[in-house]
Design a protein around this ligand. Sequence first.
Ligand SMILES: *Cc1c(COP(=O)(O)O)cnc(C)c1O
Length: 387
Amino acid sequence: MTNSFNWLDDEIASLESRSLVRERREVQSLTAGRCQVDGNELWNFASNDYLGFANDPAVIAAARDALKEGVGAGASALVTGRTYWHAKVEQRLAEFKGTESAILFPTGFAANIGTIVSLVGPEDIVFCDRLNHASLVDGARHSKARFRVYPHCDMNALKTELEKSTDYRRRLIVTDSLFSMDGDVAPLAELASLSEQHDAMLLVDEAHATGVFGDQGTGLLEAQNVKSQNVVAVGTLSKAIGAQGGYVAGSRSLCDWLWNTARTNMFSTALAPPMCAAASESLRLIESEPHRREWLHSASQRVVETLRSQGWEIPDKVDGPIIPVLTDTPENTLNLSKKLQQQGILVAAIRPPTVPQGKSRLRISLSYAHRDEGVDALVQAFANLDR
Ligand SMILES: *Cc1c(COP(=O)(O)O)cnc(C)c1O
């Protein structure tokens, strides 16, 4: 008898030989800014919990209160799954982002896929930054629209592409706001003005920027003072907000359209209500505790300056809690991350296909939960590494 899955072992062996295999690690505990792996207590610099809400007592209490009523939503939001908790967090998100309306999705990934597929189809065209998140790329592909990739943040290239593309029914530009693997920010004001000149829709994925940028902490659209009717903002409840789920904030007609057409919402179970309750509490804390994001930005500056002075290569444009340390080969990257781990520091080793060949890196994610103590430990561990 043959086993038609035999090819899997060869493929995995091939990944292993190139230092590209991903370990299915179990984390024994996740507490504020810390984790336990293989029995060792580590500072966790591999989480996107930028503000420390995932383990915040007030956020946990909010989730626990909702949990008294039950665990799962039990159905799609369109069937019977949309509870008081869903409606409340949608309303809070709309207020927070300054939009008419907001709509939840099961994840940020699902929000991007569902939204892009609902906005464009085969008669349309999507323009995508070269470093956009996989969910934006997959959404664009799945929509069957024409797909154009422009070089990272290259507004001249995008302008040329827009000028050439007058024959399409609709045009959609999609971009991350804070880029997840490079830690730099998109020129949103320029993107918005291009979208207006060329009558294009602009989807801004605020996954890493929500809670982190802007005086009110609402994201990079706020920080760059972009107010355009052409913009749709997407985000996640699972990074700085510390819970789980995705959302889209925009006009009432946009949210109505998504409610009626976005299949990743329609055919997927609604978020667990305790996640919505936790997210509502985090939104309240983002408003009332600006010192969390202020600390984050000053800690980021300190880490970037200190690591550069130690001789590490950090891209010029890093602006926020994601700090890539460029290390070239996958082997070298994996090696350095192991040595950091021996010193009590967990940092993600990012390798192809997450980043292009030759662009492997250590990716440091800072969190308010680290406080100065964690940052001290981080920079000391890098100083101790022999390269
Ligand atoms: C993490 C991420 C997502 C997906 O969000 P989830 O809620 O984790 O599914 C989407 N876009 C970007 C830019 C992200 O970094």
